[in-house]
Write a protein that binds this ligand. Structure first.
Ligand code: GLY
Length: 379
């Protein structure tokens, strides 16, 4: 089982380690500053949120090195300019220079914020992420997307800035709240659908093993293998298309055009990202079926996995019944490729095909808005 990965995303090397336990701060510091003595001098800023504060304190210990810990409010609402500014100011106060180190300890939000701040602090500082959620481990901490939400739109501003070192300590997963767990599992299923074959079979096995309990060793082993495969797949895709300008990285947005619309129409933070993506994948299957791209047995297989994992796949979604609000949110999606104006024709969807998935532009779909209206309303 592969637990150590070396990727190069554009010009950035990124080392990813899957571990059973948490790293110690000494290990992290040594990885960044191998020269003895130097580490004592260099200021470090660790960032966590109210959910991961005790974990962060455990990792940092009470060593008398000058490590400043900044604790942000947990949740999607923290993905703001204000948080980035707070991190930047804390970095100045902690005395970080360009070779100073930012350590983000937490889930996707903490990683996106710490990464964004590190990417612009003195035009780019050093970055380590310790990912503590399933969503972070299988998706958000890998491949360098950073960002904040703005004007009610997800990740409107951000950068590509891969962490030099990413730890995925599995011990963090077994105390995750159910909502967090489900949010990550959807991204794991998404990656398995894209990779298909053995990985998808493994995810199905994982769903069945839930009956044994998530604490069982057989479940944990299977989960570790799923995470390893997810890292390997995503790493391959991002290496091939680091800035999403090609045809590979957009595939990682399977379920996201519909999913982001649901998240935004419900009000950011109301429906978890993963649950929205799961619902979005079900919509993508429906679109693919209608267009003759997704074979019927493939669509049923994907939807069955989602239902067995406890996701809402029906439409209209119980929390957002207004199709108009979903259409409006979708048209404002930043992933449109145009410079100006919003419109259905500019949307792109990732649709499962027999082997993996492919990109479909709404402009390629005859009477796109009528069809999308049907997909969203379930009529
Ligand atoms: N979360 C999708 C990506 O990293 O491209």
């Amino acid at each position: 089982l592969k637990t150590e990965f070396d990727f190069t995303f554009a010009d950035y090397p990124s080392h990813v380690l899957i571990r059973d336990e948490f790293p110690s701060v000494n290990e992290i510091i040594h990885a960044f500053y191998p020269a003895a003595g130097l580490a004592e001098e260099l200021p470090i800023l660790a960032v966590c949120d109210t959910n991961t504060e005790s974990l962060a304190r455990k990792i940092l210990g009470d060593d008398n090195r000058k490590i400043r810990l900044l604790v942000l409010e947990s949740g999607e609402k923290s993905k703001s300019w204000e948080s980035v500014e707070t991190i930047l100011r804390a970095a100045v106060e902690a005395g970080l220079g360009r070779d100073g180190l930012f350590i983000g300890i937490g889930g996707g939000v903490t990683g996106d914020l710490t990464g964004f701040a590190a990417s612009i602090y003195m035009r780019g500082s050093r970055l380590c992420l310790v990912s503590t959620t399933l969503l972070g481990m299988v998706d958000a901490s890998l491949g360098g997307k950073t960002g904040i939400d703005l004007s009610g739109l997800k990740n409107l501003a951000g950068t590509f800035y891969p962490a030099e070192l990413v730890y995925l300590p599995l011990a963090a997963l077994y105390t995750l709240p159910e909502r967090e767990w489900k949010s990550g599992m959807a991204e794991l299923i998404k990656t398995a659908v894209l990779d298909s074959g053995e990985f998808l079979d493994l995810v199905k096995k994982l769903t069945f093993l839930e009956e044994e309990g998530r604490n069982s060793s057989v479940y944990r082993e299977c989960l570790k293998e799923c995470i390893s495969r997810s890292v390997a797949y995503k790493g391959r895709v991002v290496e091939a298309d680091p800035k999403e300008t090609g045809t590979m990285r957009p595939l990682l947005n399977l379920g996201h055009t519909f999913g982001h619309a649901l998240e935004e129409a419900a009000g950011l933070g109301v429906i978890s990202h993963g649950e929205a993506v799961a619902w979005g994948m079900a919509r993508a299957c429906k679109l693919g079926l209608t267009l003759g791209i997704t074979p019927p047995e493939r669509a049923s297989e994907i939807i069955e996995i989602l239902v067995n994992s406890g996701y809402e796949t029906r439409t209209p979604h119980p929390l957002v019944k207004s199709v108009d609000s979903l259409m409006n949110a979708m048209m404002a999606d930043k992933k449109q490729r145009s410079g100006h104006g919003f419109g259905v024709a500019k949307l792109r969807f990732i649709v499962p095909d027999a082997e993996s998935a492919r990109v479909v532009s709404a402009s390629d779909i005859l009477s796109g808005d009528t069809l999308l209206y049907k997909i969203l309303s379930g009529e």
